[in-house]
Design a protein around this ligand. Structure first.
Ligand code: PLP
Length: 286
């Protein structure tokens, strides 16, 4: 089955899907994106992802390329055409195509949009969750506006590549005060010795993950206490459990940090319960 991408108004074969050389996303990283999980052919938490997209675009003063309901149609159609039952849909919007010049184009150009969808084998993720993953720590070196989901991800790329080179799955950024901010593509959590879920506040220094937001509701249903307070690497190592969260991983146990085990170096019960309950709390449209 051949894959299909949506590019600026057209559904095209994935192999031929390209953007203009002067797309500002390509030249400046001047664009934003969203990744939404697809489960049983349906998008998970579409409403929240669209809300965050609108916020990211607003922060960068990029126009929404089409009304949200039309965007929803394109996302669903891309999922359908790629026959994705389980996987994710990727949406990218850039400031558009214009002669290369740092200033915003004058006159304004239409934003450029790309949508792709990809299958993921759910069994692989489950197998990973059963084993748990390793993370390494790296110094925080990103800009101050990581709350915006921009396609400018070079520090994240380098951090995750360093993780892979070290045999780990994710890299946790650690700020100048020694606190973990978040992962290269995930939010970071611990379960303290007292059984409290702890994650950094999302006001500054991290992306407000949609999975993170939903996890608060999941925790409430499980009657778990959550504390929005940054933690150090030492606190994570002393924790009962640790995990990471994102639309593509949901709650994924972290069993080692920089080669040192957390607890017994095995996935714990709290993350398993959060993971098991997640999709009955998330919004999945019919
Ligand atoms: N933090 C970063 C840097 C990310 O790139 C992502 C997802 O891509 C997340 C956190 C998790 O966000 P979400 O739960 O919305 O997928």
């Amino acid at each position: 089955m051949s894959r299909v991408a949506y590019v600026n108004g057209l559904y095209v074969p994935h192999a031929d899907a390209g953007v203009h050389v002067e797309d500002r996303g390509y030249q400046f990283g001047d664009g934003v994106y969203e990744v939404c999980e697809v489960r049983g052919g349906r998008m998970v938490d579409e409403r929240r992802h669209m809300e965050r997209l609108v916020r990211s675009l607003g922060e960068l003063r990029i126009r929404l390329p089409m009304p949200l309901h039309a965007l929803g149609v394109v996302l669903r159609e891309t999922v359908r055409r790629n026959r994705v039952r389980d996987g994710f849909v990727y949406l990218q919007v850039t400031r558009g195509v214009a002669r290369r010049d740092h200033y915003f184009p004058v006159p304004e150009v239409p934003p450029a949009i790309v949508v792709t969808a990809r299958r993921v084998d759910p069994a692989k993720n489950e197998a990973l969750a059963a084993e748990g993953v390793s993370v390494i720590t790296v110094p925080e070196n990103r800009w101050d506006r990581v709350d915006i989901k921009t396609v400018g991800l070079l520090p994240n790329v380098l951090a995750k590549q360093a993780a892979r080179a070290a045999g780990a799955r994710e890299a946790w950024f650690v700020d100048a005060d020694g606190h973990v901010t978040e992962g290269g593509s995930t939010n970071a959590w611990i379960v303290t010795k007292d059984g409290v879920l702890r994650t950094r506040p999302a006001e500054h220094g991290i992306l407000r993950g949609i999975t993170r937001t939903v996890m608060f509701e999941v925790a409430e249903q499980l009657q778990l206490r959550i504390e929005e307070r940054a933690f150090t690497v030492a606190e994570a190592l002393a924790a009962r459990e640790a995990f990471l969260s994102s639309a593509t991983t949901i709650a994924m146990p972290v069993v080692r940090i920089d080669g040192q085990p957390i607890g017994e170096g095995k996935p714990g019960p709290v993350v398993a319960r959060l993971r098991a309950l997640f999709h009955s709390v998330a919004e999945i449209a019919r």
